[in-house]
Write a protein that binds this ligand. Structure first.
Ligand code: LLP
Length: 391
């Protein structure tokens, strides 16, 4: 939660910037590590959500592994303390160069998404005289009831190997001498809020498919149930730490502890979202004919989620809250950024304390898929990261 002390120190910093609350990050990772131990589920943090090296070092120091989707993420993970054997690489389009780099790093697992990819990894590993550890990413055809752009486990999505190819995939795998089969990966989507039901269904489906593959002679060592746990964008202070326990309980429902399989999960958003705030300054308050605009100095290039998915991020006027105790008047504003795109909108009709030029605003829950998805569109500078204990 942002407090007056954070706010007082913000005055010194050029906006916009990403503010990371290190205490909350610690509390979140403490909770995750404790539950990981008690449920016996190994964490592979999804680096794509936030690849700040400081945060990566804190995660690797906890003994977590990493889940990557590019060779650059693999190399960054290794440089920031993740044991190579705890690094996994997924992605439908792994290039030859990325495969080679990952084999050189000595990663623990390639999550293979197609038969052609299997053949390429086998050939490259053979050429390098090594064996590549692989898991098959399964497309279980489950609807996670989330935004269609972040749904990944339906057959219409490009991800994973679908049922109709299971038989040929097993045959091909058995014929690849340089692949070492480790397990199966399932990941059905992101920002899943119906946690018990959707993940319960995923676990049930995964359990059946594990048996199916074992019946065909594959020895499944680990089952990776992916990421996807949602966070509360409406009320970040009410729910600062995600409900990791309900998630783990749902996954364990079909894979009892002490059973034959190692369970892995790949949380991204739930680890970092609530720790990050995009802090921005009001440049102008502009009258429209029917509404008023608050124009801030952070734009869709800094955080693209609202423009790309229509995602909601809570917006607060910090200056009005902390400096103008007498100002209780609330007004409706369209809060917008400076970019030359009509979709550069933080929220329409948002109720904020009466807002003035120079006020500092907080765009909340911005720690996941914020800075990692930022661009330099309009030739803007990238918003820097600022840590609560370094201000
Ligand atoms: N594992 C795999 C294979 C994934 O594809 C993803 C996310 C994760 C794990 C982590 O999922 P999480 O726990 O963060 O939900 N940019 C979008 C989200 C894209 C998610 C892509 N894959 C957004 O801003 O909502």
């Amino acid at each position: 939660m942002l407090d007056i002390h954070d706010f007082e120190r913000f005055a010194e910093v050029e906006t916009p910037f990403y503010f990371y609350d290190i205490d909350l990050f610690r509390r979140t990772t403490d909770a995750l590590a404790a539950l990981s131990d008690s449920y016996g589920i190994k964490i592979h943090y999804a680096v794509k959500a936030n690849s700040e090296e400081r945060l990566l070092r804190m995660l690797s120091a906890r003994g977590f592994g990493s889940d990557c989707v590019s060779a650059n993420e693999v190399v960054l993970s290794a440089q920031n303390g993740f044991a190579p054997s705890d690094i996994m690489l997924a992605g439908v389009g792994k290039t030859d160069k990325e495969i080679r780099t990952s084999l050189e790093v000595g990663i623990g697992c390639f999550n293979v998404e197609s038969i052609p990819e299997m053949e390429v990894i086998d050939a490259i590993a053979g050429g390098m005289g090594v064996k590549a550890p692989v898991a098959l990413r399964i497309n279980p055809n489950i609807d996670p009831h989330t935004h269609k752009y972040i749904t990944t486990g339906l057959e219409e999505n490009k991800f994973g190997i679908s049922r109709f190819e299971f038989e040929p995939a097993v045959e091909r795998l058995k014929a690849c001498p340089n692949l070492d089969f480790k397990g199966l990966l399932f990941h059905i989507g992101s920002q899943i809020t119906d946690v018990a039901n959707v993940f319960g269904l995923e676990a049930k489906c995964a359990r059946e498919l594990v048996s199916w593959f074992e019946d065909r002679g594959l020895k499944v060592e680990h089952v990776d149930l992916g990421g996807g746990l949602g966070v509360d964008y409406d009320d970040p202070d009410g729910h600062p730490v995600a409900d990791f326990e309900t998630w783990m309980k749902a996954l364990r429902s079909c894979f009892p502890k002490g059973g034959a399989y190692k369970l892995h999960i790949e949380p991204g958003r739930s680890v970092v979202a609530q720790c990050g705030t995009l802090v921005t300054r009001v440049v102008y308050v502009k009258k429209g004919r029917t509404k008023n605009f608050v124009i801030v100095d952070a734009g869709m290039n800094d955080l693209i989620r609202p423009a790309l998915y229509g995602a909601y991020h809570k917006v607060e006027n910090l200056t009005a809250s902390y400096c103008r105790k007498d100002n209780t008047k609330d007004c409706a504003y369209d809060v917008v950024g400076p970019i030359c795109e009509s979709s550069d909108v933080w929220g329409e009709g948002r109720i904020l304390r009466q807002t003035r030029r120079g006020d500092l605003l907080a765009i909340r829950s911005a720690g996941a898929y914020g800075r990692t998805m930022a661009s330099r569109y309009n030739m803007r500078d990238l918003a820097p990261a600022v840590y609560s204990d370094e201000l």
